[in-house]
Design a protein around this ligand. Structure first.
Ligand code: 3PY
Ligand code: MG
Length: 254
């Protein structure tokens, strides 16, 4: 089942983030069993050229590569989709108009405004027709709700045709409330609950990031009903595993 259909079916999907631009990291994570791998262009130094390499590896491993954009930028959307991303995660979607803009940048006319070319996604030309069909039925667009304006408009955002779900960004959300980094503050938590309630009401998946590779926290979030979950990221998994691996000999001389 494609990622889009799985999201629509109400089944939870668990992915993870790549922030380091090495194809081996993409290969290791893609083979670990995640349903999607998000290549994070927003908070990393991954270039567009490196993004293509990571997309290719994840894709060839049979996992859906998604790209979190640096911003809601139609030109960047075109390039990462042409490189073969199966969908996008769009930062700072604050209104239905923002959501419509992102969807239009993914779709070809007459449904959208994306330019047409023959790149990796289209099989370098040999697979254009198959890609056109796939794009209509299976491209994924996830709206990040990470500003008070996005919270206020969350129902209208999720109601946009082509928006498959939302992903809460607690850090930017806390900043938009004048509380940067205070993600446990009651006002941030209330805003997060409001997003989750809206997603449940509209029958679209709500997502968030379980930052630490902590299976108990992952289970808790899934139990709470979050269905588009990003589970940790490359750097935290390496850091935590390295420290755990050494913990038995922490007194050893360096
Ligand atoms: C945020 O918390 O703002 C994020 O973007 C998390 O990914
Ligand atoms: Mg953010």
């Amino acid at each position: 089942m494609t990622l889009k259909k799985r999201l629509a079916s109400g089944k939870p999907v668990v992915g993870s983030w790549i922030t380091l631009a090495h194809p081996s990291i993409a290969e290791i994570l893609a083979r670990a069993g995640f349903s999607w791998i998000g290549i994070d262009l927003e908070h990393s130094v991954i270039t567009i050229r490196e993004a293509e390499e990571l997309i290719r590896v994840v894709d060839l491993c049979g996992v859906a590569p998604l790209v979190r954009l640096t911003s809601n930028d139609a030109d960047q959307i075109k390039r990462v989709m042409d490189a073969g991303a199966r969908g996008i995660i769009v930062p700072m979607v604050n209104s239905a108009a923002d959501a419509e803009r992102a969807v239009a940048a993914v779709r070809y006319p007459p449904d959208g405004r994306r330019g047409v070319a023959l790149a990796r996604a289209q099989g370098y030309g040999a697979g254009f027709e198959a890609y056109r069909k796939w794009l209509k039925s299976d491209a994924v667009v996830i709206a990040m709700i990470e500003h008070v304006d996005g919270v206020a408009n969350v129902e209208a955002i999720l109601a946009v045709d082509g928006i498959d779900g939302c992903f809460i960004g607690p850090y930017d959300l806390s900043a938009s409330l004048g509380l940067p980094g205070k993600t446990r503050d009651a006002r941030v938590q209330a805003a997060m609950r409001q997003v989750k309630r809206a997603a449940d009401k509209l029958g679209k998946p709500a997502g968030l990031h379980v930052v630490e590779p902590d299976p108990a926290m992952l289970k808790r979030r899934l139990r709470e009903g979050y269905r588009f979950v990003a589970y940790s990221l490359d750097t935290r998994m390496i850091d935590v595993a390295a420290r755990q691996a050494l913990s038995a000999v922490s007194a050893a001389p360096r």
